[in-house]
Ligand binder design. Sequence first.
Ligand SMILES: NC(=O)CC[C@H](N)C(=O)O
Length: 255
Amino acid sequence: MAVVGVLALQGSFNEHIAALRRLGVKGVEIRKPEQLLTVNSLIIPGGESTTMAKLAEAFNLFPALREFVQMGKPVWGTCAGLIFLANEATGQKTGGQELVGGLDCTVHRNFFGSQIQSFETELLVPELVSKEGGPETFRGVFIRAPGILNVGPDVQVLADYPVPSDQVLSSDSSVEGKKENAEEANKVIVAVRQGNILATAFHPELTADTRWHSYFLKMGSLVEKEASSSIVPEQVTQVSTSFKQPLQHDLPIFQ
Ligand SMILES: NC(=O)CC[C@H](N)C(=O)O
């Protein structure tokens, strides 16, 4: 049976393990650096990135996590996991927090606001549908979600989201003028891929749709193929995103 590591310090690791199980894959809980040696791919779940970072520091996990990413092994960060993987994060708590890094982007930690501003929406993700088939849209569950403000040239944008102006944290000056990579000023990037790294601002593990997990499972062989080929990397995918008025949503899963 295939095995995937799931960082199990805090947050939605059980939900990822359940989604993997539905695909016939075993999710292994990772809490210690040496456990990373037993897996070839890793999911960093959603939760609360500051708390998760403190725990990762206490368990001395950061050097091993960085090495894992740098070795080119497939890593997928959802929500807080995306924040972990970003090279730069804004909107952090006083004193900042340690990041694993590797993903060439700047992420705003609480771009979509607080728990009460959590919402669900239908996202168009052409890359996912072309590889996995199924319905045209994917249900995006955004819980105190981060947003990706800009990305480097090697980052493939998989999905973005048109943000109503009153939903943006307009009082946060770090957001202003930093959305130049989104197609329009009122869009924020919510899913990306850079080689072995996949990152989503939302929570596929809280839906019954396993296409993101299936996509991630296939990434290992794709990464190897891309690295050994001389073909120019894929251009940034043009994405359009359906807009639906966000639902006020309050999932109790995160504190
Ligand atoms: N659902 C989530 O993972 C929320 C992440 C949260 N914004 C943080 O800073 O950690």
